[in-house]
Design a protein around this ligand. Structure first.
Ligand code: BGC
Ligand code: CA
Length: 353
C-alpha cells in the first residue's frame, strides 16, 4: 500500500516536472517555432547518374530555400534498388511517419495508382518525378503531381543537333551515300523517355531531308558499362560503317565513346549524341569526343519539386503559385548543348557547387 502511494507520488512529481520541462521548451527553444517541412523522396535506384544529380540538386536547393524562407526542410532520400516492392515499403514508411509530402521516382511507372491510393488515404500529397505515370493515374487525385520534361522535345533537339552538324560538315556521311548509317542505344524499354526520344530523334532527321539507315538498336538500360558492351559488339559487326550513334542518354553515349576509344576508332569515327547534359558529357563535348547533348535540367526539376512541396505545406494551391505549372504537371524545358555553348552549360551546372 505504502509502496503504491510512493509510486503514485513519484509519478505525479515526474509528470509535473515533464510538463514544466515541455512548457519551458515551448517558450525558450526557438527550434520549436521554426516551421519544418518533412519530405520523403523515393528514387528508383540511387546509382543512376541523372537521378544522383537530381538528388544533389534537391539537397542544395532545399538549403537555399531554408535560408530564404527560414523554414527547416528535412529530406529523407530512399533508394528503391530497382525493386517496386522495396519502393512500396519505403512509401509506407514515409506515410507512417506522417511526412508532409512524398516524392516518387517510380521503379515501374505503370503501377503509380497503388501509391496514389495509399497517399490519398493518408492525405499526403505526392509528387512523381522523372518516370512518368500514365495521365489516368495522375488524374485520380488532384493532390498528385508530376515533375519532368517533355520527352518529345528532347528527341527533336537530338535530331536538330545532327541536322545542324551535317550542314557544317558533310563528311559526317562518311561513305558519301547520302544516308546516315546509325546505331541507337536505348534506355529501359518501359521508360517514356526511351520510346519517345528514339522515335523523334530519327523522325526529325528524316523530316529535315536526310535519309537514315538503321544498322542496329538495343537497350543498354541507361548504363555506361552496358553502352560500352553494346557498342563493342556493334563495332565488331559493322566496323567503320557506323556514322552516327544516337543514345537515349549521356551515360550510354559515354559508354559508346569508351568502346570507340578502346578500339582506337574515336578519331574519324561516328558522331555521338546523348541527352541529359551531365558534367561528364559536357566535358566530352568540350574536348571534342562527343558532338552534343540535350540538357535535361535537374536543377529546374528539383526546384519545381520543392516549390510544390512548400506551397502544399503552406496550404496554397501549387497550380496557382508554382512557376511553370500546367495543371498537375511541370515540364522543364530542354536546351541543345554543343561545342559552341558548352562553356555556358558547364558554368550553369557548376555555379552552385
Ligand atoms: C534520363 C536518364 C535516366 C532516367 C532514369 C532519364 O530521363 O535521361 O539518364 O537514367 O531518366 O529514369
Ligand atoms: Ca552514309
Amino acid at each position: 500500500m505504502i509502496q503504491r502511494l510512493v509510486k503514485r507520488a513519484l509519478c505525479a512529481l515526474l509528470g509535473v516536472a515533464c510538463l514544466a520541462l515541455s512548457a519551458s521548451c515551448e517558450t525558450n527553444n526557438p527550434e520549436q517555432q521554426i516551421e519544418t517541412v518533412r519530405i520523403g523522396v523515393a528514387t528508383y535506384r540511387s546509382d543512376d547518374t541523372f537521378i544522383t544529380a537530381l538528388c544533389d540538386d534537391l539537397e542544395r536547393v532545399s538549403k537555399q530555400m531554408e535560408s530564404e524562407t527560414g523554414k527547416k526542410i528535412i529530406l529523407n532520400i530512399a533508394d528503391g534498388k530497382n525493386s517496386q516492392s522495396n519502393q512500396n515499403d519505403q512509401v509506407d514508411n514515409f506515410i507512417s511517419r506522417s511526412y508532409d509530402v512524398i516524392c516518387v521516382n517510380m521503379v515501374d511507372r505503370t503501377v503509380a495508382a497503388v501509391i496514389i491510393d495509399k497517399a490519398k488515404r493518408a492525405d499526403i500529397p505526392v509528387v512523381f518525378f522523372n518516370r512518368e505515370p500514365v495521365e489516368e493515374d495522375i488524374r485520380m487525385w488532384d493532390r498528385a503531381y508530376y515533375v519532368g520534361t517533355d520527352a518529345k522535345e528532347s528527341g527533336i533537339m537530338q535530331g536538330q543537333i545532327i541536322l545542324n552538324a551535317l550542314k557544317k560538315d558533310a563528311g559526317i556521311d562518311k561513305n558519301g551515300d547520302g544516308k546516315l548509317q546509325y546505331v541507337m542505344l536505348e534506355g529501359e524499354q518501359a521508360h517514356q523517355d526511351s520510346l519517345i526520344r528514339t522515335e523523334y530523334s530519327v523522325k526529325t532527321i528524316t523530316a529535315g531531308g536526310v535519309q537514315m539507315e538503321k544498322l542496329a538498336n538495343d537497350t543498354a538500360n541507361w548504363q555506361r558499362s552496358l553502352g560500352t558492351a553494346k557498342m563493342t559488339s556493334w563495332l565488331d559487326q559493322f566496323g567503320d560503317e557506323i556514322e552516327v550513334v544516337l543514345s537515349n542518354n549521356d551515360d550510354m553515349a559515354l559508354g559508346a565513346i569508351d568502346a570507340l576509344k578502346a578500339q582506337d576508332m574515336l578519331e574519324n569515327g561516328p558522331v555521338v549524341v546523348g541527352v541529359d547534359g551531365t558534367l561528364a558529357a559536357l566535358e566530352a563535348i568540350q574536348n571534342g569526343e562527343m558532338l552534343g547533348s540535350v540538357v535535361n535540367d535537374a536543377q529546374l526539376q528539383a526546384q519545381a519539386m520543392l516549390d510544390i512541396a512548400c506551397a502544399l505545406t503552406e496550404g496554397s494551391d501549387p497550380q496557382q503559385v508554382v512557376e511553370g505549372m500546367n495543371g498537375q504537371y511541370v515540364r522543364a524545358p530542354h536546351r541543345i548543348v554543343t561545342k559552341e555553348n558548352v562553356g555556358q552549360e558547364i558554368a550553369y551546372l557548376t555555379q552552385s557547387e
